[in-house]
Design a protein around this ligand. Structure first.
Ligand code: ZN
Ligand code: ZN
Length: 377
């Protein structure tokens, strides 16, 4: 997966930065040097990369060429992805989508529809119909410019394997420090959302107040419920306790019930089912509305077309299905923006109806930029 990261200080410069990023990516496709993004097609870096590609030996520099030392193969250039972040202006709020990484779900874990119909949807979406289906892990930072820097979910840290846990790199690349975060809203306490509360066992966000739904805390932090759970599931309880305890100890962990939150413009929307206190956050910013919906959808390929499809990890399959159907219907009707923890990065888009189900319409950069530009004084 190719991830484009951009940095900008205002929406006007965003347009320029995105254009530069686009050019860089376009040229990377033909193997040019990222530090000189195709500005001079006759430059040594550019022509060398092209000849390397033509030789059909990605990763094998052409040692017989006169300037071989200056040449780098496409494979070498792409060995490491850029930490992923993408920004968008929502009226007065600035949203930064942060890429934590990816996890695999097994097609067999998709439930509530026949295996044949699920396989067919996966094939139509060009996903493997059997075995591992990749899903993105995203978190989102909202900055109101008035001192509130709010992180929604924290990524997975070291809890989900080597392909995830990159949130802090993405955050640093975006120009924010962990110390800048004033509040953390947790959609729920699964490890890919709350695991990043800790870094090397200590508070990863030392100045943040942390908020989660009361039903969520009552469930995952309960010793008696953990004891009664199947042994294989106890690791999730232990993980939640471990992530939250240092914040509790310093008086920084708070619970809420749905409705207004103590951060201006943020409301908690109960989406219980995936977990007992699974919650979305509706953010109002001027004329814009954005719903950060957590784990409403894990498999965009199947669950928009058939919202009845649930994931095995949904604690209560029926409740999760009801919550998904309701929020998809309302989102398509209202047309607000969505930011999804497991939607393809950057995970921002909108929902429209299609046939008997729905379709995901991802963020269009050009549209987002021109909307932001119009708001400039
Ligand atoms: Zn979850
Ligand atoms: Zn999740």
């Amino acid at each position: 997966m190719s991830v484009v990261s951009v940095r900008y200080s205002s929406s006007r410069t965003l347009a320029v930065s995105l254009l530069a990023a686009f050019v860089a990516v376009g040229c990377a496709g033909s193997g040019s040097n990222a530090s000189a993004p195709g500005s001079d097609a006759s430059s040594p870096a550019s022509s060398a990369a092209t000849s390397g590609q033509n030789a059909g030996k990605a990763g094998t520099p052409n040692a017989s060429a006169p300037d071989a030392g200056a040449r780098r193969s496409t494979a070498e250039l792409r060995a490491e992805q850029t930490p992923g972040f993408v920004r968008m202006q929502f009226d007065v709020l600035r949203l930064t989508a942060l890429y934590d990484g990816r996890v695999d779900i097994d097609a067999k874990q998709l439930k509530n529809a026949s295996a044949n119909s699920i396989a067919q949807l996966l094939r139509q979406g060009k996903q493997p119909a059997k075995g591992a289906v990749q899903t993105s892990v995203n978190a989102f930072l909202l900055d109101d410019g008035k001192g509130n820097i709010v992180l929604v979910d924290t990524g997975s840290a070291d809890t989900m394997g080597e392909n995830a846990g990159h949130l802090h790199k993405a955050l640093a690349a975006s120009g924010y420090r962990a110390e800048d975060v004033t509040a953390i809203l947790l959609t729920h306490l699964h490890p890919d959302h709350a695991g990043g509360l800790l870094k090397d066992g200590a508070l990863a966000f030392p100045n943040a107040q942390v908020y989660a739904a009361k039903q969520e805390a009552d469930f995952w932090l309960s010793e008696s419920i953990a004891q009664a759970a199947p042994e294989a599931n106890r690791v999730y309880f232990a993980g939640a306790v471990k992530a939250v305890t240092p914040y509790q100890a310093s008086g920084r962990f708070h619970t809420f019930t749905s409705g207004k939150l103590p951060i201006e413009g943020f409301d908690a929307v109960a989406l219980h089912g995936h977990t007992p206190g699974h919650t979305g956050f509706m953010v109002s910013s001027g004329s814009e509305k954005l719903l950060l919906w957590g784990d409403v959808v894990h498999s965009h390929t199947t669950q928009f077309a058939n919202p009845a499809i649930s994931l095995e990890f949904d604690n209560d399959l029926r409740m999760a299905r009801a919550a998904r159907i309701k929020v998809l219907r309302e989102s398509a009707r209202n047309g607000q923006w969505i930011a999804g923890a497991h939607m393809p990065f950057p995970g921002v888009g909108r929902v429209v109806t299609q046939g008997t189900g729905y379709r995901w319409v991802p963020l269009d950069f050009a549209q987002a930029m021109s909307a932001a530009e119009k708001r400039q004084p």
